[in-house]
Structure formats: structure tokens, C-alpha cells
Design a binder for this molecule. Structure first.
Ligand code: GDP
Ligand code: IMO
Ligand code: MG
Length: 429
């Protein structure tokens, strides 16, 4: 068996959570391979709206195993809150959730480091979610991180204190303002107490050698879906650096983040919005700073699932999508939130970048931070409420033309179309 992959092709929040939940019945195991509580994946079904951060989006299917892989970083405080929320909804994550022993821990000082480093950047800040992502991955690669598997071993508390002391030396060197040192409105000491309580609370979730479990499951013929977080344009290597996250969000990250060989990767579902959004700083060539952008934000309810921040909105960016399709080896495109464009007279598509009078495709490395003007192609809007449609053939002709023109430009079929946040508002072609 091969492992299928589902990931974001833009700057995150494409709707990965919804579509993972929709596809889960076809799989036995859903696994996260990178990122951490910076992610916010929203699922809606039976009148319930639920946001997941660290836990894979297959968790509401009790017969499916959900794995938090070695490439993910875990904040026990956040994870404990997530698990409590799941239990309140009747889920029993101790039965169908597994955590890799090799997944690194986000400790309280990582959150402080994130805050002081962002504050020190001033106007050039990344717009981090302040969940401690950058500092935790830094400690991982600097080889003094703590892992889930360490928690049960002798000497864990000593290692924790050593890492804390080292991080506090750096934090103090910034001479931070007192308010920068608050985490979720708590002092470091208060947060640390809840962090350890969280660690205790999650201790009934099995901690396993997930790479062995995943590979053995493949040998047994089990079907596995790897669920990405963030999106290709936030990838640490290929995204709009330095305005990126600290992990490999592209398909390559599945191999290192779950411990599988490249030839075991099967289908790759690339998820994208019918338009484009970004939360946080950095280049966004098709951004609309006018009332059209405001309308996209309003129609699409574009406010962050993790931070509540308003998302920046703009037209779909085909040069960036072509680049993402190439990097990820996308075999199937998944178009989300097409219904948000229902009442637009015209829908624009960016086909190329104009940089100082010259036409470019992505990545345009040297010029990404300079003035890019998108070359726009206008499509007639469909002016129909499409969220109740369930069959491709019944959708308005203008909408089908829009989808076909995008798949032709990206040279990959659009196999799934989402027309609303709910599980059943989905068209499989
Ligand atoms: P993720 O991080 O990729 O899982 O995406 P988020 O959950 O952060 O953001 C996607 C938002 O769009 C959520 O609020 C979803 O409920 C919502 N959503 C998902 N698919 C659709 C859709 O097809 N139409 C509309 N209108 N909303 C959608
Ligand atoms: P999901 O999985 C959208 C953005 C942040 C910031 C940058 C770095 O829900 O799609 P970090 O906290 O990782 O250091 O922030 O990346 N970012 C996201 N944007 N969706 C996400 O996740 C994101 N995770 C991080 O806004 O610009
Ligand atoms: Mg999100």
C-alpha cells in the first residue's frame, strides 16, 4: 500500500480539516506529519463546528486511528485542551489517537522566545501565531530539544530545567517588557504549572514508535492519509521566506515527518481556495486592499481559526499554485470555498506576474519582496447560490468554466469541490 497525502497549496487555511474529515471514511489511519498548534483545522457536521490544532482531522471517526507523527511539535497545554474539548463532544481519543515518541515538545520558554523575538523584529515581524513554533523547531535542530518519549524516562525534569535555563538566558538578553512575558494572559510560572498538568492529562494517550506503526500498517494493507498543516507558500525552504513557518509543509515533509520512504507516497491531494488568503506578514501578489478584498473576507468569514486575526484576501494566484503543484507532485486538486464567490459579477484570476514590465512565473526569487503586479484574467461570475449543489453536471456553466480553466492552467484535474463548510457540502467529480 501507499500513503496518500493531503496538503495546502497556498498560505494555509485552505480547508484541509474539512476535506480530511470528508475523505476519512476511505482510510484506516490519518496522520499529521509537521506543524503544531499554529494550525487550526475546522470541521463542521451535524450542527457541530470544531477546530483542531494538533490532532488529525479523522478523530471524530471512532474506528479510524489518528497519529501525531514525529515531525509534529506538541504543546501539552494546548493538546490537553484539545482532548478535553473532544471528550466533551463524546470522542474517546485514548482509544483512537497515538503520539510519536519522537515528536518534540513545545515548552513554555519556547512561547516566551517566540514573543520576544517577534517583538524585537518590530515592523518586519513575521506575524507568528506565537505558539512557540520557531523556537521549538530551533531547539530540535540545535539538538537540545525534549521529545514525547523523554517524558517517561529518568532525568526528564532535569533536562526540562536545563533547557529552560538556557532559553531564559536568551530571553533575558532581549530585556523584554513585562507584558511580552505573559503567555495566554498568564505569567510564565502559572503557565508552566498548567503545562505540567497538561502533560499529566494527556498521559493516557499511547506514545508509540509511530514510524514502525505506519510502515507495518502499510505492509498489512491499511490505507493511510497524511494531513498537512499550513501550506506550500509557508514552507521553510520554498515558501515566501522569511515570512514562513519552520517546517517542511510540502510532500517531502511526509517522508521525514512520518518516517516513510518516498516511493511509498501515492496520491497527493492539493487543497486550494477558489480565491486566496494569507494571515500574517509577507508577500501576497494578488492581495486586494479595496472593497473587493473586504467582500471576500466578509463572504468567506476570513478570520483565523487559531488567532482570530482577519485574513488578507485576494484573487487566486496561478503562478504560485503552479509552483506548489510542482513541489508537491499533486495528482488531485481540491477546490474549496467556491461558494464565497457566488455573488461576484466577475471573478479574476492571476495568470502571471508583471515585474517592472517583464512577465514572470513564480518563484521570481529576487523580486518576491518588490512590487509585483498580477496579470489578471476576468471570468464571468455565476451569480447563483451553489452550496446546495451535489453534482458536477448540475452546477452553473460559468462555474464549471472557471474550474476547467484552472485545472487546464495547472495541468491537474480538480477531483473534489467544496461548496460550503459542512461535511456534506462537497462534490466529488
Ligand atoms: P485549514 O486550516 O486548511 O483546515 O482551514 P481553516 O479551518 O483554518 O479555514 C477554513 C475555513 O473555511 C473554516 O472556517 C471552514 O469551516 C470553512 N470552509 C471550509 N470549506 C468551505 C467551503 O467550501 N465553503 C465555505 N464557505 N467555507 C468553508
Ligand atoms: P493551518 O494548518 C495560516 C502563518 C502565521 C505566520 C507564519 C509563521 O491552519 O493552515 P508560526 O506560528 O508558524 O511561526 O507563524 O505562518 N501560519 C499560518 N497561516 N494557516 C496556518 O495553519 C498557519 N500556521 C502558521 O500566520 O504568518
Ligand atoms: Mg487553519
Amino acid at each position: 500500500m501507499k500513503i496518500d497525502v493531503l496538503l495546502g497549496l497556498q498560505w494555509g487555511d485552505e480547508g484541509k480539516g474539512k476535506i480530511t474529515d470528508v475523505l476519512t471514511p476511505e482510510y484506516d489511519i490519518i496522520a499529521r506529519f509537521q506543524g503544531g498548534p499554529n494550525a487550526g483545522h475546522t470541521l463542521e457536521f451535524n450542527g457541530i463546528k470544531h477546530v483542531l490544532h494538533t490532532i488529525p482531522s479523522g478523530i471524530f471517526h471512532p474506528d479510524k486511528i489518528n497519529v501525531i507523527g514525529n515531525g509534529v511539535i506538541i504543546d501539552p497545554y494546548t493538546l490537553a485542551k484539545e482532548i478535553k474539548n473532544l471528550r466533551a463532544r463524546g470522542a474517546e481519543p485514548e482509544k483512537n489517537l497515538r503520539i510519536s515518541k519522537r515528536a518534540h515538545l513545545i515548552v513554555p520558554t519556547h512561547r516566551l522566545l517566540d514573543a520576544v523575538q517577534e517583538a524585537a523584529k518590530g515592523a518586519s515581524k513575521i506575524g507568528s501565531t506565537l505558539k512557540g513554533i520557531g523556537p521549538a523547531y530551533t531547539d530540535k535542530t540545535a539538538r537540545h530539544g525534549l521529545r514525547m518519549g523523554d517524558v517517561a524516562l529518568p532525568g526528564f525534569k532535569e533536562k526540562f530545567e536545563a533547557q529552560k535555563a538556557a532559553n531564559l538566558r536568551i530571553i533575558n538578553a532581549f530585556q523584554p517588557e513585562a507584558e511580552t512575558l505573559m503567555i495566554e494572559k498568564m505569567t510564565h510560572e502559572e503557565y508552566e504549572k498548567l503545562w505540567f498538568e497538561g502533560l499529566k492529562y494527556i498521559s493516557d494517550i499511547p506514545v508509540i514508535d509511530s514510524e514502525v506503526f505506519i510502515n507495518q500498517s502499510l505492509l498489512q494493507g491499511k490505507k493511510i492519509l497524511a494531513e498537512g498543516a499550513q501550506g506550500a507558500m509557508l514552507d521553510i525552504d520554498f515558501g515566501t521566506y522569511p515570512f514562513v513557518t519552520s517546517s517542511n509543509t510540502v510532500t517531502a515533509g511526509v517522508c521525514s515527518g512520518l518516517g516513510i520512504a518516498p516511493q511509498k507516497v501515492g496520491r497527493v491531494f492539493g487543497v486550494f481556495k477558489a480565491y486566496c488568503t494569507r494571515v500574517g506578514s509577507g508577500p501576497f501578489p494578488t492581495e486586494l486592499l479595496d472593497e473587493t478584498g473586504e467582500k471576500l473576507r466578509k463572504n468567506g468569514n476570513e478570520f483565523g481559526s487559531t488567532t482570530g486575526r482577519p485574513r488578507r484576501c485576494g484573487w487566486i494566484d496561478l503562478p504560485a499554485l503552479r509552483y506548489a503543484v510542482m513541489l508537491n507532485g499533486v495528482t488531485d486538486l481540491v477546490m474549496m470555498k467556491a461558494d464565497v464567490l457566488d455573488d461576484f459579477e466577475n471573478v479574476n484570476v492571476c495568470t502571471q506576474y508583471n515585474i517592472n514590465g517583464q512577465l514572470h512565473d513564480f518563484p521570481a526569487y529576487e523580486t518576491l519582496n518588490s512590487n509585483i503586479s498580477p496579470v489578471l484574467e476576468s471570468h464571468a461570475g455565476w451569480k447563483t447560490r451553489i452550496s446546495s449543489f451535489r453534482k458536477w453536471d448540475e452546477l452553473p456553466a460559468q462555474f464549471r468554466d472557471y474550474v476547467v480553466s484552472i485545472e487546464q492552467s495547472l495541468n491537474v484535474p480538480v477531483s473534489v469541490i467544496s461548496l460550503g463548510p459542512n461535511r456534506d457540502q462537497t462534490v466529488i467529480r
